[in-house]
Design a protein around this ligand. Sequence first.
Ligand code: NAD
Length: 261
Amino acid sequence: MDRIGGDLAGKTALVTGGATGIGRAIATALYKHGVHLVIADIDGEAAQAAAAAISSEVVAITMDVTKRESVEAGFAEAAAALGRIERVVANAGVSTMKPALEITDADWNLNIDVNARGVFLTNQIACRHFVDRNIKGAICNTASLAGKVGAPLLAHYSASKFAVIGWTQALAREMAKHGIRINAVCPGFVRTGMQYREAIWEAELRGMTPQAVLDEYVALTPLGRIEEPEDVAGVVAFLLSDAARFMTGQSVNVTGGVYMT
Ligand SMILES: NC(=O)c1ccc[n+]([C@@H]2O[C@H](COP(=O)([O-])OP(=O)(O)OC[C@H]3O[C@@H](n4cnc5c(N)ncnc54)[C@H](O)[C@@H]3O)[C@@H](O)[C@H]2O)c1
């Protein structure tokens, strides 16, 4: 039998939020599978640095997933560089942390804009690209454990990630007739810049140390450690590959067992 993900070799992909953290690990994993890549991030300099660290073949572009013109221009630039785009990872995301009664309109708008609207725009423009060119494409969205179960101090973030899961299911049903698959991953407590910021906020809000917060994350994780970005990246590569050819509309937990349904 072929190696899992072996069919990805020679394919083209665009990864949003690929400059750091989980997105960068996904880009690295896809490159190792032989994928021709564009890293798209609002932080263009960080995207350039991440691309250069993976390979001089990787293309970096500046793209803000909250702005339709920026996503359209990003896809046009990526398609000009790679010919066409066959796989898309909508991974860009943000978080802020506050008790629900203190969440401001700005907190709500930022989380919903980047995490929900960003996935909507990236997916819609990707699917138009696929349908117009008769590409049997695949998409993986980065949702979250907080998109499966409400997360205290992250109510607005949770709302944005529940939206990603609902959108993923509905879009998967609509796109199936075109041979296009849309899935999502739901990471748990992943060691990234986002987690670093959240551990400090949570420690402050709950009157504990950031290390005690991280220790709690580990205690909640049956597999007994903090999740690494690479733990997510392998599952994303699988979902984008033919090994997952009969999966669509799924939001797959990658949490070390924190959440099991
Ligand atoms: N770290 C975790 O524990 C965790 C858990 C579950 C889900 N997630 C999700 O994983 C994804 C990646 O998060 P991470 O932990 O790697 O965070 P991160 O902060 O390390 O990386 C996020 C990336 O997204 C980019 N970005 C932010 N706003 C953008 C925009 N408007 N347009 C384009 N790019 C933008 C940032 O510049 C950055 O490179 C996010 O969707 C996040 O919600 C993270």
